[in-house]
Design a protein around this ligand. Structure first.
Ligand SMILES: *Cc1c(COP(=O)(O)O)cnc(C)c1O
Length: 256
């Protein structure tokens, strides 16, 4: 076990049978909820990916969820994320994808480029450039082979404290990503602010996403919806819901 407050990921721990049962029940309930949301929206449930957000939860939970059929996980900060991704990949042969969904700090861009399959939270040119340098470095070091897929995080209400590019700057940032070697622009990501209903924000988000896709036809991924608002997001076209609390429970205060 790691000491409380240390940010090492204990690689040898295995989830207890009780924890696996708890995760399994919550995962089933979330899958049913997602399928119902898709049906209500007249959409194919297979068109909406479930990204399980495992930030602050231990690698043992990720391995358990991988065994339960989950394939894609979201993490939000270094160095917890990189260590956990390495621990999981060392312990399971199953194909697994890790997405960075938290604000990327410039000095950590290279470490993110070593483990992330997709960065969902690109919101400024300096981060685009830092990630591109990180991809090159990771390639030189033999830590990655492919280009890095990115989504642009769109800030819906102009309160940039939670990250995201303001809507007026979306087009310029998208063009910059598209011109950058080593990165592939795949779409957009949003977090609905607490003001107004989720439906209101998801409608706005879908309009901005449509604007992005009109200019960049490959940028079709629309990451929207979390534990509290996935139904609204699916109704407005989300292709990826990011669910943490509904599957893993409340997050521990400290990183494992
Ligand atoms: C933590 C987080 C989530 C998951 O939120 P829940 O409410 O726990 O489902 C989704 N997206 C982002 C960007 C997050 O940081």
């Amino acid at each position: 076990m790691s000491e409380p407050g240390s940010d090492s990921v204990s690689e040898d721990d295995t989830a207890s049978a009780e924890r696996v049962a708890e995760l399994s029940d919550a995962l089933d309930a979330t899958r049913e909820r997602l399928a119902a949301a898709a049906r209500d929206a007249g959409r194919d449930p297979d068109d909406v990916e479930l990204l399980v957000v495992t930030k602050f939860h231990p690698a043992s939970d990720v391995v358990a969820l991988l065994e339960l059929g989950c394939r894609a996980f979201g993490e939000s900060r270094e160095p917890e994320a990189g260590r956990k991704a390495a621990a999981v990949r060392a312990r399971s042969e199953r194909p697994v994808r890790f997405d960075m969904i938290g604000t990327v700090q410039r000095r950590k861009a290279t470490s993110v480029a070593r483990w992330a399959d997709l960065v969902q939270s690109v919101d400024r040119e300096s981060i685009v450039d830092a990630l591109a340098r990180g991809v090159e470095q990771a390639r030189d070091d033999g830590d990655r082979e492919t280009d890095l897929d990115v989504l642009i995080q769109i800030n819906l209400d102009g309160d940039t404290g939670r990250g995201g590019v303001v809507v007026d700057d979306l087009e310029a940032l998208a063009d910059h990503v598209a011109e950058t070697d080593g990165l592939r622009l795949r779409g957009s990501m949003v977090i609905a602010p607490q003001t107004h209903t989720p439906g209101y924000w998801m409608e706005q988000a879908a309009a901005h996403h449509a604007r992005l896709t009109a200019a960049h036809p490959d940028a079709v991924e629309f990451s929207a919806g979390m534990s509290g608002d996935l139904e609204d997001a699916v109704r407005h076209g989300s292709t990826c819901v990011r669910v943490g609390t509904a599957i893993l429970g409340e997050r521990p205060l400290r990183s494992p």
